[in-house]
Design a protein around this ligand. Structure first.
Ligand code: KIV
Ligand code: ZN
Length: 511
């Protein structure tokens, strides 16, 4: 690793998954982890092994199947957490245990019910315990930005003495201002006597919209690791967005004199994958990965860009892997050409997967004259990311018009057995959703419903996203088709399958 390269620590699978409704299953986590490895991040925090059997399995499988980055598990400063983290990580090529305890008086008094001395003693003990398993140990003093600095310095010194190789300073509640946060990092660098034995890391939340700014201020003041997530996912308002950190450091190398080893051309792919898997759409004006991030609307800007891109573009769309809508295939393309194209797009599917995708591609090519790369991405998302199907939509017929109350006829396989039904609704989508609810004997709250067109034209694929809530469970579902009523029904059934999966999953251990 180059001396001036910062360490990109991705926590999409851990803190990112803490975004409301963003839970992912193991296969989805592995897909994202492989995508992060292609992006060449340095560390992947794959989960919090002790928190649930699902997280344990995710850390274990990411550690066994994803090569390249260091694989990390979060662990509270408790012996059972540290031991479980190691149990999950022990097969990984490059394992890291990340342990944390709060250090602010408000957390210690009300949440941990500990004195400062007790927290310090526990942190030292648990770092030493983790060190007994693995050399690479990270420690986080949670709520560091609301911790009394002299105690924070004392804690950082003690955990480094106990063996921590990375000390991560979290702005847990997104409270700090960039100048202040930079000063805190500088204070640690200049005051803690053994600080040169560890890497200073930062972990910033976005409650005041300052997560990226705070992380960058920390880099100017001696931090060399940034914890971040794809699309800025994370608890509450999220974490610093990986794409913003990486592109800021790259675009303003003249200012930071730092670099990363990230392969920025994989950013767009990672952003799309995370958004599809979690069902959390990226806002159009989101920096770097939003749909409008490279769109020039004003006449003056368009004129400038046509004459010379650099007039209004500080980075090129291709540097994050954005391509123009490229026409890729047509009705007559064969299976071999299709496989080759998916390989060029960076996928490596099994024969069965290719067969299933190719069927969908052929159906689409019959409905749509031109097939673009985005269409193939949507087919892949629809087909491969589909969760195991308890409910399977086999047939849908919806009729509606100016003189007719919308009516739906549906055949739905439930646990392998076909059921037929018919029903009416206020609109065609409502008729389909109401009937599916009735047939599945479910009554979940529809939190959101959105449709977007994948490419232009009236024959474009429509991608529908729905979000359902039942008690504390929130799930999303996606579906795509040239017929948006069918896409809607597919998305609804996909969400029901996720809810079913979530409910049948073993009860999570509480943390
Ligand atoms: O926000 C936070 O403080 C965390 C820690 C566990 C690092 O996520
Ligand atoms: Zn966090």
């Amino acid at each position: 690793m180059k001396k001036d390269n910062i360490i990109i620590f991705d926590t999409t699978l851990r803190d990112g998954e803490q975004s409301p409704g963003a839970s992912m299953n193991i296969e989805e986590k592995i897909k994202i982890a492989k995508c992060l490895a292609k992006l060449n991040v340095d560390v992947i925090e794959a989960g919090f092994a002790f928190s649930s059997p699902g997280d344990f399995e995710a850390v274990k499988r990411v550690g066994m199947e994803v090569k390249g980055p260091t694989i990390c598990s979060l662990a509270r400063c408790k012996p059972e957490d540290i031991d479980t983290a190691w149990e999950a990580l022990k097969h990984a090529e490059k394992p890291r245990i990340h342990t944390f305890i709060s250090t602010s008086d408000i957390h210690l008094k009300y949440q941990f019910r500990m004195t400062r001395e007790q927290a310090l003693e526990r942190a030292v003990e648990m770092v030493a315990r983790a060190k007994g398993y693995v050399d690479d140990v990270e420690f986080s003093p949670m709520d560091a930005t609301r911790t009394e600095p002299s105690y924070l310095y004392q804690m950082v010194e003690a955990v480094i003495e106990a063996g921590a190789t990375t000390v991560n300073i979290p702005d847990t509640v997104g409270y700090s201002m960039p100048y202040e946060f930079g000063k805190l990092i500088r204070g640690i660098k200049e005051t803690v006597p053994n600080i040169n034995k560890a890497v200073i890391s930062v972990h910033c939340h976005n409650d005041l919209g300052l997560a990226t700014a705070n992380s960058l201020a920390a880099l100017q003041n001696g931090a060399m690791q940034v914890e971040c997530t794809i699309n800025g996912l994370g608890e509450r308002a999220g974490n610093a967005a990986l794409e913003e950190i990486v592109m800021a450091v790259k675009t303003r190398k003249d200012f930071f004199f730092l670099g990363t080893q990230a392969n920025t051309k994989e950013i767009m792919k990672a952003s799309t994958m995370v958004s599809r898997i979690t069902g959390i759409n990226v806002q159009p004006n989101k920096a770097i990965v939003g749909a409008n991030a490279f769109a020039h609307e004003s006449g003056i800007h368009q004129d400038g860009v046509l004459k010379e891109k650099e007039t209004y573009e500080i980075m090129s769309p291709t540097s994050i892997g954005l391509k123009k809508n490229t026409l890729v295939m047509g009705k007559h393309s064969g299976r071999h050409a299709f496989r080759k194209h998916t390989e060029e797009m960076g996928y490596n599917f099994s024969d069965d997967e290719i067969n299933s995708l190719f069927e969908r591609f052929k159906l689409l090519a019959d409905q749509k004259k031109e097939i673009f790369e985005e269409d193939i991405e949507a087919i892949i998302a629809d087909d491969i990311y589909r969760i195991s199907e308890h409910y399977n939509l086999k047939h849908l017929l919806v009729s509606s018009g100016t003189e007719q109350k919308p009516q739906a006829n549906i055949t739905l396989a439930i646990d392998g057995k076909d059921h037929e039904g018919e029903g009416a609704g206020d609109g065609p989508v409502d008729a389909a959703f109401m009937l599916i609810q009735k047939m599945t004997d479910t009554n979940y709250k529809l939190l959101s419903y959105s449709v977007k067109s994948i490419t232009g034209g009236t024959d474009a694929l429509g991608e529908v996203s729905v979000r359902l809530k039942h008690n504390d469970n929130i799930v999303h579902g996606n579906g795509s088709d040239t017929d948006i009523i069918l896409a809607s029904a597919k998305a609804y059934v996909n969400a029901l399958n996720r809810m079913h999966y979530k409910k049948t999953k073993k009860k999570q251990r509480s943390v």
